[in-house]
Design a protein around this ligand. Sequence first.
Ligand code: AMP
Length: 397
Amino acid sequence: MKILVINCGSSSLKFQLIDSESEQVICKGLCERIGIDGSQIVYTPAGKDKITNVTPMPDHNRAIELVIEALTNKENGVVSLEEIGAVGHRIVHGGEKFTKSVIITDEVIKAIEDVSDLAPLHNPANLIGIRACQKAMPGVPMVAVFDTAFHQTMPENAYLYGLHYSYYEKYGIRRYGFHGTSHSYVSKRAAEILGKDGKDLKMIVCHLGNGASISAVDGGKCVDTSMGLTPLEGLIMGTRTGDIDPSVVEFIMKKENLSVSDVTNILNKKSGVFGLSDELSSDFRDLEQGYNNGHAGAKRAVDAFVYRVVKYIGAYTAAMGSVDAICFTAGVGENSGFVRKLICDKLGFVGASLDVEANKVRGEEKIISTSDSKVTLMVVPTNEELAIARDTYALCK
Ligand code: AMP
């Protein structure tokens, strides 16, 4: 079966067409600037060059039409419309309602709407993507795969904040966690690589990308994760603060005469390694270069980022009692041997020892610890689209 995977944002739409049997990507692409001047669809059919089509996209319905046109056109198309057997949608927030992927029905759409206030930027955009696909492909089964679902196994002591309990009861304020599809995929894949049953392993998954999160996975189940009610909590990220004292918000508001939303914007978009590096960059390729060239901001940012990761690894080792494997994934985790080395050099307290030669790997599955390391260090590239396609196939076949 050919599965169309859709990741719909407010002004963008990423897609991949995946063959469920071979698990190969048949075509992938991106619609950008939906509803904004200068919109375009860029896509790459497998084995062919990238194709760019600059064309008006007033809304997501038109974007989906263009995706279907790209997949089915006579010249570069890769399938007929009838061959698309199912669509898998990435949904950011499933609240407490969704603990696993589900076939999309009217009730599911209503439930996703009901938790939209927990992800006001993302869930409405995800719903627009669902509706646009339903319009363009009536009768084709669709599946919702939630970023939060894998983390729903966290125990109460890990997901509750030290807030008055009534806020949890009234509004569902708690830790939910994100990147769940990635944490789930990587922890399962790591167990396969190690030739062990996930039930027998205690793992820490470090998803280090532009957005970054870390999770403790005990016996195949998430027991804690660093992102919270929203993806702002936890590690220092590309432009997000991660953990801060909430009083900082009021403090900056008063000092700079700003509104709550102004400060929230600063915490999300002007902070993290970007802000710490004096705005040198949010990209670790630039930060590595800056670090090696003596740029004080780059050093400050990278050192703070690394420290926060190590601190969480310590906390999650304590939460699980011990750790068998630590996995690195996403843009930085998969590609930056530099950042991995800075982190792993501080993991002697769990008995981890890095194989410097093996750590030169980029974007490939590899064990990067020495043979006498007490903890297995590994690079496991994530593949959220494949995980979404697998769930979609499992529910629709
Ligand atoms: P992601 O959000 O997982 O797509 O990760 C994107 C981030 O990965 C970029 O902003 C970079 O910081 C980082 N990245 C990608 N490639 C490399 C690389 N070769 N070396 C270091 N960092 C990289």
